[in-house]
Design a protein around this ligand. Structure first.
Ligand code: GDG
Length: 472
């Protein structure tokens, strides 16, 4: 069946899980992309989502899940190692995040990346209706727009990058930089989180590929025009707010406080266990405040939820060891019986439990070294229905562009972070309310529906293959 809207993403919005009984079921997967796109599909009357279902080898048939049409793509062991764990998560991910970790360049990984992108493009070409719209997502699939355009020039193609797009000084390290730029230029509209990222892309296209550009437009020799612009992503604000107000979540938040021994203040971090998120530095900052006597385990506890992520990639395994060693040391040095300084959980939770944690936490600490947006920061704000609670937020998260009333910090500056944590800890209710009200207003006006609608509207405005006047 042909579809007017095709979403192409690395992952499907569900994971295939094998239960202890041996039965396999589909479970909604955690992660930024899923939370953002699902409402879009529903408001566009269906459409189809193409993506990997996790796991190896199995050839699965297209199926429906809670009203969504899903097309699973099979990945071989070699493809997972080369495309997913390798080129996507050990080359592009660190390169696009300020080389916080050293990117690895391997030619075999690149070959797998090309091969997987080609297969995804072919599947999208097969599923899309004539003159339909295809929306491709994220760094794992940057070659799909060009490959798809070659197969189906009739389509309208949009691409959205969820992670930062680096400045030329970093991007040009990539041996395959030109192929990536040309791959993206197959799209009619390329969306980024922030204007700086769109600017980085346009500058690189001008310098490296030699195309004419004017502001956010790129003029291709074949007469096509490509637009590169910022569309900051958001969350289902009303949905989170409703959840936060629900009786069971309010009750659960109280239980959580009690379980933690009713400390005066609860600090909270929730992140995928990723080296870009700055978990180690934030826990150190917090522990130094305790060590120096500014905070006490009777007053404060830090709840850190570290969601398991990319566990086959070496850097992630090393990071887990580092963080768990640090947590053990901090609790060993500073904790008392029944009163750890850090309550550390290496797990993921259902949405209700996340909302209860957001409600229970007095200070939310989000300190990535670099982050495309960071939805956790926005979700916290949406859940603070009483206009209380403090957000400590890294300047290097995309969210800092909008959440200006947070305590903004430089995560490389441990003393600066300590000062901000203390201020947030001690802030007066009036000050908290002033800041939170302003942030809540921002979040309620820019939710994920508005984000998707503005991207789709701009994409639909693009008329493929018409010549736009060139600037003089
Ligand atoms: C990438 C970019 C960008 C987390 N743990 C659980 C859980 N989550 C949900 C959160 C949130 C999402 O996952 C995480 O999104 P983030 O934005 O914080 O981070 P990334 O995963 O790195 O996302 C990022 C995003 O894409 C969207 O464009 O903002 O910059 O890196 O929604 O709530 N959800 C549940 N249980 C968990 O344990 N249910």
């Amino acid at each position: 069946m042909a579809h007017d809207l095709v979403i192409v993403a690395n992952r499907l919005p569900v994971d295939r899980v094998t239960l202890p009984s041996g039965r396999t079921v589909w479970r909604k997967s955690p992660g930024g992309l899923v939370a953002a796109i699902e409402p879009v599909m529903r408001t566009h009357g269906g459409g189809v989502w193409i993506g990997w279902a996790g796991g190896t080898g199995q050839k699965l048939k297209p199926f429906q899940d809670e009203g969504l049409s899903l097309v699973p793509m099979a990945m071989s062991q070699d493809e997972i190692a080369g495309h997913y764990e390798g080129f996507s998560n050990a080359t592009l991910w660190p390169l696009y995040h300020d080389v916080v970790a050293k990117p690895e360049f391997h030619r075999e990984w690149w070959d797998e990346y090309v091969q997987v992108n080609q297969r995804f493009a072919e599947k999208a070409a097969e599923m899309a209706a004539r003159k339909g719209t295809v929306w491709v997502h994220d760094y794992q699939l940057q070659l799909v727009p060009q490959m798809l355009r070659e197969l189906r020039p009739d389509l309208r193609i949009g691409f959205y990058l969820h992670i930062p797009f680096p400045p030329a000084e970093l991007f040009q390290q990539l041996p395959w930089r030109r192929q990536i730029l040309e791959g993206l230029l197959g799209a009619d509209l390329i969306g980024f989180q922030l204007p700086e990222a769109a600017g980085n892309f346009v500058r690189l296209v001008r310098q490296r590929v030699g195309h004419k550009t004017h502001r956010d437009l790129v003029y291709l020799p074949d007469g096509r025009t490509v637009r590169a612009a910022a569309f900051p992503i958001s969350i289902d604000s009303a949905g989170f707010e409703e959840l936060a107000r629900s009786e069971h979540v309010v009750e659960r938040a109280k239980e959580l406080r009690e379980a933690l021994g009713n400390p005066r203040r609860i600090f909270l971090g929730i992140d995928r266990l990723d080296y870009t998120k700055g978990i180690y530095a934030r826990l150190r900052a917090f522990s130094e405040l305790m060590r120096d006597g500014h905070l006490d385990v009777e007053d404060a506890v830090f709840v850190q939820v570290a969601v398991p992520s990319r566990e086959q990639v070496e850097q992630y395994r090393l990071l887990r060891d580092d963080i768990e060693r640090l947590v053990g040391r901090i609790n060993g040095d500073l904790g008392r019986i029944g009163r750890p300084a850090i309550s550390y959980l290496h797990t993921s939770f259902p949405r209700d439990e996340m909302a209860a944690l957001y409600r229970a936490a007095d200070v939310m600490v989000v300190t990535p070294y670099r982050d495309g947006m960071n939805l956790v920061a926005k979700e916290y704000v949406a859940c603070r229905v009483e206009d209380d609670g403090a957000l400590v937020l890294s300047e290097f998260a995309g969210a800092a562009d909008e959440l200006k009333q947070a305590w903004l910090v430089n995560p490389y500056d441990i003393n600066g972070m300590k000062a901000a944590l203390l201020e947030a800890f001690a802030a007066e209710p009036k000050e908290l309310a002033r800041r939170m009200r302003a942030m809540r207003k921002t979040i309620s006006q820019h939710d994920v529906r508005a984000w998707a609608a503005s991207f789709m509207t701009e994409l639909e405005d693009v008329v493929p293959h018409t010549k736009h006047p060139r600037p003089l």
